[in-house]
Design a protein around this ligand. Structure first.
Ligand code: ADP
Ligand code: MG
Length: 238
């Protein structure tokens, strides 16, 4: 559950190769962070994994099975969007349940999952409120809850904290790390924030112009950056 392999993946937009040729293995249960400057292809890579974007060429395996042509709903991956993607007119309960309602899940199972997610995320007391009546951190938790109820093989986060203020970001960073420890589900987390990368990741993938510059643990990248680009990004003294 949750092993993802990319093999010779390429992506071009109108003849421009944004991902020239990329190979990457993500192990089950790993917390993998994609870092790199704006425009280096982090979001594109995440969207290719999610199936929201078609690859130009290459293969993606999920748990050893070829998922290259599977639509997003059949990949069992859950994308966590920024908190402003919530439905303002729906309660927390309905926002969290939304993907299950779309999948026409039976009500008892749906309620079980929503209540479990609300408990994990400390949202039980807020379940009947609307997003407008919540703090920024609570709203971000609702967005995560919407992913949890799908019981995905992996969570995909695209800069989920970038619209939160600095203090809140630190708290949410810890909460997402704790959630990973609790669920032990694969998480792929995109950020351009090196502190997030260094503190959250089991494995960091440093991207530059759609190529992987280096892959390693935070400590490996800090102590043995391959080049000045990686060193500059990770903040190590090379
Ligand atoms: P990042 O998330 O690292 O900031 P993106 O993956 O969003 O980078 O973008 C990588 C490159 O691909 C950028 O040059 C961007 O302009 C281009 N790009 C992304 N999406 C599209 C699209 N739908 N059409 C054309 N170009 C795109
Ligand atoms: Mg992006």
């Amino acid at each position: 559950m949750g092993k993802i392999q990319l093999k010779s993946v390429t992506k071009a937009f109108g003849g421009v190769k944004v991902i020239p040729n990329l190979d990457l293995d993500i192990e089950d249960g790993e917390f993998v962070v994609f870092v790199g400057p704006s425009g280096c292809g982090k979001s594109t890579l995440l969207r290719l994994i999610a199936g929201l974007e078609d690859m130009t060429s290459g293969t993606i395996l999920i748990d050893g099975k070829d998922a290259t042509n599977l639509p997003p709903a059949q990949r069992r991956l859950a994308m966590v969007f920024q908190s402003y993607a919530l439905y303002p007119h729906m309660s927390v309960r309905k926002n969290i349940a939304f993907p299950l309602m779309m999948a026409k899940m039976d009500k008892a199972e749906m309620n079980r999952r929503v209540e479990n997610a609300a408990k994990i995320l400390n949202l039980a007391d807020y379940i009947d409120r609307r997003p407008g009546q919540l703090s920024g951190g609570q709203r971000q938790r609702v967005a995560i809850g919407r992913a949890i109820v799908r019981e995905p093989a992996a969570f995909l986060f695209d800069e989920p904290l970038s619209n939160l203020d600095a203090a809140l970001r630190v708290g949410m960073r810890l909460e997402i790390s704790e959630l990973h420890q609790r669920l032990k589900t694969t998480m792929i987390y995109v950020t351009h924030d090196q502190v997030e990368a260094m503190t959250m990741a089991d494995k960091i993938v440093v991207l530059r112009a759609g190529n992987i510059e280096q892959v390693g643990s935070p400590l490996e990248l800090y102590s043995r950056p391959r080049n000045t680009f990686v060193a500059g990004f990770i903040g190590s003294p090379k």
